[in-house]
Design a protein around this ligand. Structure first.
Ligand code: TRP
Ligand code: SF4
Length: 338
């Protein structure tokens, strides 16, 4: 017998998650959002605002959490994620995530968690707060619950998250071995990430204070870019430079048209173009990219409730799937009286 039509027609599913850090910057756009937008036609998409994950590190500072959720979701919408095609929702609104996290924690060996590279790294790097907590160690198990509860076929992430998805696969396998085949093993769908430097040349990041935000007005963008570091060899206007080591050129490669990129690549080396003019050209391309995003964002700023409505609607859609899965999980684990 053939499968029911709805099963046959089901698009593969993706689940993605982002920590609610507030307004998004260019690195978030190129590193994740743009990719999600490309995938939303091919996949049944679920986009989760992972506020509980935020608490694993920022548990002591929650005053801005709701505003950060709003700001980030507004940027998702402004950038072109479509809330009709994809379900947007807040993790903590779907309690089933917590239930699955608890159940998965029973079968997740401690060694698997301690071996996750981001775990040791963060323990070493984060010194301004104490993350030697139960919750922080369990971060990847919570992430596995986010993914598995939707039976996601794939998870679009950057390279740094690949070990977490691998762990989710291992947890799914272990679960299926104990209790029967409930969870598909999610694939990692690696996002190609161009190197996107911040204004100081380091990786663009909110915590480095070097980010250009999607919602930065043209004046703000220019203020940030005009002080951006360039090839230090160009002390005077007449000194030739090397675009290959200049962060401004990295941004050209992402935001400028090919003829401009070619011209800068040539004229920087011969000192025909100065850094100020070069930056102006880059900012033109960048603002051209940001203008429609900012225009769309204004719609939501004028009526903030719209963003909450999108999250409410997405929550209803996501919860339905999560509840279905949890019904199967409870039964498979022997938690239901027959
Ligand atoms: N750990 C991810 C990050 O820091 C966020 C995240 C939480 C996530 N749950 C997820 C990503 C599920 C993908 C799928 O970026
Ligand atoms: Fe960088 Fe442009 Fe200056 Fe060359 S001209 S050093 S690419 S800012």
């Amino acid at each position: 017998m053939s499968e029911p039509l709805t099963e046959q027609k089901r698009k593969p599913r993706i689940l993605s998650g982002m920590r609610p850090t507030g307004r998004l910057h260019l690195g978030n756009l190129m590193g994740a959002l743009d990719n999600w937008i490309k995938l939303q036609d091919q996949y049944e998409s679920y986009h989760c605002v992972v506020d509980w994950h935020m608490l694993t590190t920022d548990y002591a500072e929650t005053a801005d959490l709701q505003d950060n959720i709003w700001q980030m979701t507004a940027d998702w919408l402004a950038a072109g994620l479509d809330p009709v095609k994809a379900a947007f929702f807040v993790q903590s609104r779907i309690l089933e995530h917590a239930e699955l996290h608890l159940l998965l924690s029973m079968i997740t060996p401690l060694g698997w968690l301690e071996r996750v590279p981001t775990y040791k790294e963060q323990l070493e790097n984060i010194k301004d707060r104490d993350i030697h907590t139960y919750g922080f160690l369990g971060y990847p198990t919570l992430q596995a619950a986010d993914i598995l509860i939707y039976k996601a076929d794939a998870v679009p992430v950057g390279e740094d998250q690949a070990p977490h998805i691998e762990l989710a696969r291992e947890i799914a396998r272990r679960f299926n071995n104990f209790y029967g085949p409930i969870f598909p093993e999610p694939k990692t769908r690696l996002t190609p990430t161009p190197r996107l430097p911040g204004t100081d040349g380091r990786k663009m990041s909110k915590s480095y204070n070097n980010a250009i935000y999607l919602s930065d007005a043209p004046e703000t963008v220019w203020k940030k870019v005009s002080t951006m570091i360039t090839d230090p060899a160009r002390k005077r206007r007449t000194d030739p430079g090397n675009p290959d080591i200049c962060p401004v050129f990295d941004l050209h490669k992402v935001f400028s048209d090919q003829p401009i990129i070619d011209r800068v690549n040539r004229e920087c080396r011969t000192a025909e173009i100065g850094c100020i003019d070069c930056k102006k050209l880059m900012v033109e391309g960048l603002n051209r990219r940001l203008a429609p995003i900012q225009q769309k964002r204004r719609e939501y700023e004028a009526d903030p409730q719209k963003v909450w409505d999108v999250l409410d609607d997405g929550t209803v859609r996501a919860r339905k799937v999560a509840q279905e899965t949890m019904g199967e999980v409870r039964e498979a684990m022997g938690l239901v009286r027959k």
